[in-house]
Structures are given as C-alpha cells and as structure tokens.
Design a protein around this ligand. Structure first.
Ligand SMILES: Nc1nc2c(ncn2[C@@H]2O[C@H](COP(=O)(O)OP(=O)(O)OP(=O)(O)O)[C@@H](O)[C@H]2O)c(=O)[nH]1
Ligand SMILES: [Mg+2]
Length: 402
C-alpha cells in the first residue's frame, strides 16, 4: 500500500510539474502577441513604419518637393522677365552693314508701284512716244518729282537713242543708272558722330509733328551703340511729359542715360544740360530730340533756332537732321525748306518709307533741298533704320535681284 501511495504521490507531483511547465510555455507563446503590439510599436514601427511609409510616401513627398522646388523655379522664372527687360539694355542692336539690303522687302509697296509699272512699259518691243510718257507718269507717281523726272527721262531717252538699246534688261539697267545718278551717289552721307577732343559729338533732330523724330533718335542711338560708341539722349521736347518718357525708354533699352527737364520747361536749357552732362560723363555722342513743330508757327521755329544756339555755347552742333515722313510726299518738301532756313540742316532722314508706294520722294528731297538723305526709316522696329545707299535703294525700288 505504501508503494501505491508513493506511486500516486509521485504521479501527482509529475502531473503537477508537467502542468506547471506547459502552462507557462503556453502563456509565453500567447504573450508575445500582446507585448509585440505594445513594445514593438516603438521599436519596430520606426524602422518599418517610417521606412515603408516613408518609401511609399517619399515619392509623393519628393514630387511635392519638386513642386516645392518648382515653386521657387517659377520664382526664378519670374525673375528672368525682370532680367529680360534688362537684356535689351545689354543687347547689341543689329549691325548696320547691309541693313538696306536686308530691309529691302520693306520697299515692296514702292516696288509694286514703280518697279512693276516701269517693267511693264520696258517690256514692250519698241518704246514709242506714249511709252516714254508712261515712264514719266510712273516716276512722277512715285514722287520723284516733275522736274527730276523730266531730266531723268530725257537722259534715258538720249542714251537709248545713242546706244541703240533694244533689250528690256538693258533699258532697265540704264534707268537704274540714271536713278542712281539722280541720287548723287558721291554725296557724303556719313553721320558726324565722332567726339571732339573732350567733347561729345552733338546730333539734333528736327521736324514736324509725328515725323518720327523720337523714334529716329532712339534708332540712331542703337546704331551707335552697335558700333561700340557711348551715347546720351537729351529730351528737349518738353511739351509733353510722354515725349521725354518715350525717349527715356529708348535710352533704357540700350543702357543710355537720358537728360530731361520739367514738363513745359525751356527746351534750350534741357538741350544745354544734356550736352553739359555728356561732356561730364564723357560720352561719344549726345542725341537731342526736339518737339514737333509746324513750319508755319513762327514762334516755335524761333524756339528751335534758340535751342541750337544755346547748345552751341558748348561748341558747334555736328549734325542737324531733318526728319521727314515719306508718306507726306511732296508736301514734305515745303516743310523741309523752312526748317533748313531756321537751322542749318546737314542731313535728311526719310522715315516711313515702308508705308508708302512713293519711294521716289528720296530723289525729290535731295534735289530740292540739296541736302543728302543720310538714313531711311523702314519700319517701327528698333533696328528698322538703314544708312541710305543709292544703288541698293534703286535696286530695291526697281525690284531688282541685287
Ligand atoms: N512704319 C514706320 N513707322 C515709323 C517710322 N518711324 C517712326 N514711325 C512711327 O511714327 C510714329 C511717330 O513717331 P515719333 O518718333 O513719336 O514721331 P515724332 O516726330 O517724335 O513725333 P512728335 O514728337 O509728336 O512730333 C510712331 O508710331 C513711330 O513708330 C518708320 O520708319 N516706319
Ligand atoms: Mg517725339
């Protein structure tokens, strides 16, 4: 019995021991889950959660980042416009050489009127009396002027007769030569813009209202800057604040200073100050814009004379350019005559030649005034100003292939 009791006790002890061992194990197995959410949240989440979501979210974060980077980019993009506005200031205007050839298409309207009309006549086998009359009409219609046309046609007829010219191309060639001759190709058309010893060259522009003075002033400034010169603008048109503003804008675009005075102020003193300033800062050329005035307004014409005289206290004005609007045709000639009487005009700038079918006005102007056409305006663009070259001009007028 004792053995039986002992065996039972042993069994109980063994069972109890086995239960004691198993239950804790089971509990341990069950435990991990609860603690894992608790403890591992801090331990594992950081590596997993931030890592994975970070990776998942990074792209969106990165792309917002670029967005954020793009945001500054537009800011950078916004800056260029500001820079862009400044670029024209640094921008070198187009070179002047061969401009007339480049801009010849602008004379298309003149070509149509003069070139084609003449070529139609010239394409006839024999030039009869009425054909010559037609040639005359074409030239007069192109504003060459009656007198100049008569001289020109007479010379041409003479040549054709003497040389026995027959072919159209030969007559055309001879007509071109006569037109070039009428434009006096040997006249000095250079602009006097070279500075004197310690004093800038002074260029003044004059003319009636709206002829293109301010625009031409700005364009000339660009031409000079393209050639490596320094310029200063003088806004001696004090009638309207907008006039000085307009000139200053041209100046800003090429990085040139503009001297201006109060609205309604004395134009002569602004012009004087501009040259004074030009001497101080040592620019090569001072360009003085003046207010438009009708040639029959005596007071205003006197004022123009005064502007010039006052400026000349610094030294002689090198160029007084008369700005003539080509579209005003023969009417411009009378204006021109009066201006030449008041100020000593040294050169003519014929503007808006792109807007007229009457390019022949160049011949009339030179012939009537005896003053060389030095430049021609062929558009509103900043570089649409060309030195006047008779041969290239005639070729363009006649629609040649030069
Ligand atoms: N098509 C064309 N337009 C031109 C030319 N030159 C000037 N213009 C235009 O003519 C208009 C008058 O030019 P401005 O330079 O203001 O003339 P302005 O003589 O200074 O005028 P005022 O100061 O009012 O007397 C502007 O719209 C110019 O763009 C040219 O050669 N061709
Ligand atoms: Mg003006």
């Amino acid at each position: 019995m004792e053995y039986v009791v002992a065996a039972v006790i042993l069994l109980v002890v063994l069972v109890a021991g086995a239960v004691g061992l198993v239950v804790p194990r089971m509990r341990r197995k069950e435990l991990p889950p609860p603690p894992s959410p608790g403890s591992t949240t801090t331990l594992e989440r950081p590596p997993t959660a931030p890592a994975v979501p970070a990776e998942d979210e990074l792209p969106p974060l990165i792309s917002p980042a670029p967005v954020v980077e793009e945001a500054p980019a537009p800011v950078v993009d916004e800056a260029p416009p500001v820079v862009e506005e400044e670029i024209p200031e640094i921008e070198q205007p187009a070179p002047t050489a061969g401009r007339l050839v480049r801009l010849r298409a602008r004379l298309a309207r003149s070509q149509n009127a003069l070139g084609r009309g003449l070529l139609t006549v010239l394409s006839r086998d024999h030039l009869e009396e009425e054909d010559w009359e037609e040639i005359e009409e074409s030239l007069i219609g192109a504003d060459v002027g009656v007198e100049a046309t008569q001289v020109l046609v007479e010379r041409l007829r003479e040549r054709v007769r003497i040389l026995g010219t027959r072919s159209v191309s030969e007559v055309r060639e001879q007509l071109a030569e006569e037109l070039v001759a009428a434009l006096e190709p040997d006249l000095d058309r250079s602009l006097k813009t070279t500075p004197h010893d310690g004093r800038p060259a002074v260029v003044m522009v004059v003319g009636v209202n709206g002829a293109g003075k301010t625009t031409t002033c700005g364009k000339i400034g660009r031409v000079l800057i393209a050639d490596g010169r320094t310029v200063l603008f003088g806004a001696a048109d004090t009638f309207r604040a907008a006039a000085a503003e307009q000139l200053a804008t041209w100046g800003e675009r090429v990085g040139a200073e503009t001297v201006r005075g109060p609205e309604g102020g004395d134009p002569a003193s602004v012009a004087f100050d501009a040259v004074k300033r030009g001497i101080e800062v040592g620019v090569d050329t001072v360009l003085i814009d003046t207010a438009g005035r009708l040639q029959n307004k005596v007071g205003l014409m006197d004022e123009l004379g005064k502007v010039k005289r006052v400026v000349e206290k610094h030294g002689p004005v090198d160029e007084t350019l008369l700005i003539l609007d080509a579209t005003t045709g023969q009417n411009g000639l009378e204006q021109a005559r009066v201006f030449t009487e008041v100020v000593d005009v040294t050169g003519v700038v014929l503007t808006k030649l792109d807007g007229t079918a009457k390019g022949g006005i160049v011949i009339a102007v030179q012939r009537k005034l005896g003053i060389p056409v030095k430049l021609v305006g062929l558009g509103e663009g900043p570089d649409d100003l060309a030195p006047f070259e008779p041969a290239a001009f005639v070729e363009a007028l006649l629609g040649g292939d030069a």
